[in-house]
Design a binder for this molecule. Structure first.
Ligand SMILES: [Zn+2]
Length: 93
């Protein structure tokens, strides 16, 4: 109870806390981008999703994709998922 009361009075340092949390989130994001990668081809999945997918699509894609977009065409031999080039981005669906 005392701890809850105390946390409501630290408005002086809350700006610093917010800044720290923002910086921490950015660092975690960068870390995630660089560290979550395919064990086979070393493709950085988060980075790939960020640069290849739409802003509103890359998170759902990351949560739903089952195979590495770079390895899948090689392993499966049928899908060209991730091979989006000048012919258009939306031919997957
Ligand atoms: Zn891969």
């Amino acid at each position: 109870m005392y701890g809850i009361n105390r946390t409501t009075k630290v408005t002086g340092t809350s700006v610093d806390l917010i800044l720290c949390s923002i910086v921490a989130e950015i660092l975690i994001g960068i870390f995630a981008c660089l560290s979550i990668r395919c064990p086979e081809c070393k493709l950085k999945w988060v980075w790939y999703a960020v640069i290849k997918k739409d802003v509103n699509q890359w998170v759902p894609w990351l949560l739903s994709f089952e195979k590495c977009p770079q390895c899948a065409p090689i392993i499966e031999g049928k899908t060209v998922f991730g091979k989006e080039d000048a012919s258009g981005q939306k031919h997957v669906r």
